[in-house]
Design a protein around this ligand. Sequence first.
Ligand code: AR6
Length: 169
Amino acid sequence: MGVSIIKGDITTLKVDAIVNAANSSLRGGGGVDGAIHRKAGPLLDQECRGIGRCPQGEARITKGYDLPAKYVIHTVGPIYRDGKRDEEKILKSCYRSVLKIVNSQGFTTVAFPLISGGVYGYPVKEAISVALFELNAACKQNKDLELTLVLFKEEDYKIAEALFPVICR
Ligand code: AR6
């Protein structure tokens, strides 16, 4: 129970849901979004088309199709500019919107990528701090949750490893 961090590829995880760092069109892109769409297969894109757009800070759920995960929860992170355009507020809102869906669906095992920590340019250390803080807070509220932050890059994992004991107590 609680929060854990791992280094790896989120598309390999057999959990109730994986989170996708999507764009607001929900039509697939690069990074983790591209990897999730490729592995899930074309039915994911079809379901996403039916949903339409998702504003920044919000989240939408779809099935996982050919992924080992049962569901995908898509959220749209902020594009980082200068830190003065509500980036942190929007990033926190992404985690909270996803966790609202997680709790309403009764999911327990959920894996998160580092939302906005790639193409969207959020400073990695700050993005990891927000992620760990929000995941830890959710686990304190609901003791059944097993939330994993998945870091794809070795250097990002090392930063998360250093922050973990400070934030997740
Ligand atoms: N498993 C886990 N993490 C991954 C994987 C993977 N297979 N692949 C990449 N990452 P990004 P964003 C990490 O760019 O910054 C897309 O085009 C990556 O190292 O995927 O929120 C969307 O369509 C980084 O730490 O998402 C949007 O247009 C983290 O995932 C835009 O990118 C997030 O990087 C969203 O940008």
